[in-house]
Ligand binder design. Structure first.
Ligand code: GLU
Length: 520
């Protein structure tokens, strides 16, 4: 077995939160750094909260980020079609592909042959592993390490309230632990379906966390916990131990909010006689107020950032920087550099504050450095959103526009406001530009500019330079008084990209048409 097998085990109960994406990234970097295996497991046993659409989005978001998994629900070849078509964000479309995939994944014959060929550890969705959990429950029942509990929600709540009132720690006090067989039969006869609780031993649980060091929990403070619910579904702590063991997971890397679960999980490892993996609990992402990052802080899901036009590389890079540091303190890193420089030991113990401005700063760098032709492809959905008809764009010309404006973009979603000046149908005079063009001296500059353009011919760059020289000579205008009127007339705005480049992209005729409209 591989020396390094890690897993990301999301529950498909909502959109992929950046905190979870960061957990996935840490696991992925760890696996890639050590040449190990990155497993994706879907923890979908909470039927009331799990949804297929969330699963689909989860897989799509991970693929979009480039966090490729070696084993997981997509293992069937049909799944790779989803990845190769790329994520377009259409839920319906994605759901369809996923259904096709599921049919492949459910094909038992496929699984068998794969298992023989590659050492298959699936299925990778917990809802497809229920028989495995049941077998394991029977082992604990046979060893008398668990017991059926018939307490109702109301009874449990009453117990909890009483403990809180008497200032004791709320936990299950073991009411059903020592029921006689007759008492159990009585409950069953009354139609009660039991959950199963683990008999928590009165002992100290100790383990060494790779990030947090020595950890210690007292069994005496922990109540007997549910491992299988009354509806037959396994509880998280139970399923996760069985899966991590059977899937050969060597390192469990997850958020510190799972630290107390780890104590329970170690008890179950012992009960089964399994060797526990190594644990590493990283800090959580916090908002500026140091509370756990949540919706009230703003955007928190990978999907939201994708829709805003954050590039996957920028988000990945940013999440990698959060709460971990790379050897040489550099901040703009390629995936390969992140993999090489990653060390769990360097992950910070304290929470990392999510700074959207820094994410935007990184995004701007990635946009600027992206080859224009690739960027244009990524921009298409955002252009459509801004009301542009993709089919009508002359891309040979449009690439020049993007080449010029990409230096000023922070997100892809801003594209419309940066390119409108190049399209006659969208070009409009702002209040600021109008004010400039009301001055007599400005009208003069624009008039002379128009006059020059009427007869000019040749290369637009040369025409522009010569026109400027001509206007200077004729009007005596210079600096702002020269360039602002030209900018205002040409672009309708008071700020924007370099004028000579704007002129060259517009071309002489289009420029003249705009300028002429101000000459009365
Ligand atoms: N399904 C759990 C979660 O999403 C997994 C936690 C773990 O990594 O063990 O929080």
């Amino acid at each position: 077995m591989d020396k390094y097998r890690v897993r990301f085990a999301p529950s498909p109960t909502g959109e992929l939160h950046v905190g979870n994406a960061r957990t996935a990234l840490f696991n992925w970097m760890f696996a890639r750094h050590h040449g190990g295996t990155f497993v994706l497991r879907i923890e979908d046993t909470d039927e009331s909260r799990s949804a297929l659409s969330y699963q689909v989005n989860l897989l799509n978001d991970l693929s979009w980020l480039g966090l490729d998994w070696d084993e997981g629900p997509e293992i069937d070849s049909s799944y790779s079609q989803l990845n190769s078509t790329g994520y377009r964000g259409g839920e319906e479309e994605a759901t369809q592909s996923y259904d096709t995939i599921r049919r492949g994944a459910d094909d038992a014959a496929n699984k068998d042959s794969r298992m023989k060929a590659t050492g298959y550890y699936g299925p990778y969705k917990q809802s497809e592993r229920l028989n495995i959990y049941n077998e394991h429950l029977q082992k604990l029942v046979a060893a008398n390490l668990v017991y059926p509990c018939y307490c109702t929600e109301a009874e449990l709540d009453e117990e909890r309230q009483a403990l809180i009132l008497s200032k004791r720690m709320p936990r299950y006090m073991g009411k059903c632990r020592n029921f006689t067989e007759a008492q159990r039969k009585g409950k069953e006869a009354a139609g009660l379906k039991p959950s199963f609780r683990f008999k928590v031993p009165d002992e100290t649980i100790e383990f060494t966390d790779l990030i947090r060091g020595a950890m210690r929990f007292e069994g005496a403070a922990i109540g007997d916990f549910i491992i299988v619910r009354s509806n037959g579904m396994p509880a998280y702590n139970f399923a996760v131990v069985i899966d991590d063991h059977l899937m050969g997971i060597t390192h469990v890397i997850r958020g510190e909010d799972h630290l107390s679960n780890t104590a329970l999980q170690i008890m179950l490892y012992k009960a089964f006689g399994f060797a526990p993996p190594t644990f590493a609990h990283h800090s959580l992402i916090l908002g500026k107020d140091r509370a756990k990052l949540s919706k009230r802080h703003g955007s928190v899901s990978v999907g939201e950032f994708r829709k805003q036009g954050i590039l996957p590389e920028a988000l990945l890079n940013y999440l990698g920087l959060l709460g971990s540091s790379f050897t040489d303190g550099r901040e703009v890193l390629t995936r390969e550099e992140m993999i090489t420089g990653f060390a769990l030991e360097r992950a910070s113990k304290s929470g990392a504050i999510f700074d959207e401005e820094k994410l935007h700063w990184l995004n701007a760098i990635y946009i600027r450095n992206r080859p224009t032709e690739d960027l244009v492809k990524q921009l298409n959905p955002f252009l459509e959103q801004a009301g542009y008809k993709i089919g009508e764009i002359d891309y040979a010309w449009f690439n020049q526009v993007i080449d010029l404006v990409k230096n000023d973009l922070t997100t892809l979603a801003e594209i419309g406001s940066h390119i409108d000046i190049f399209f006659d149908g969208r070009y409009a005079i702002t209040v600021g530009a109008k004010q400039i063009l009301e001055k007599e001296s400005a009208v003069q500059v624009v008039k002379v500019f128009a006059e020059y353009l009427k007869t000019a011919a040749g290369n637009p760059q040369e025409i522009y330079l010569a026109a400027i020289k001509y206007i200077k000579e004729k009007t005596g205008a210079k600096g702002k008084d020269l360039f602002m009127p030209i900018r205002a007339a040409l672009t309708g705005c008071v700020h924007g990209p370099e004028l000579d480049k704007v002129f060259a992209i517009l071309g002489k005729d289009a420029a003249l048409k705009r300028v002429k409209s101000f000459t009365g």
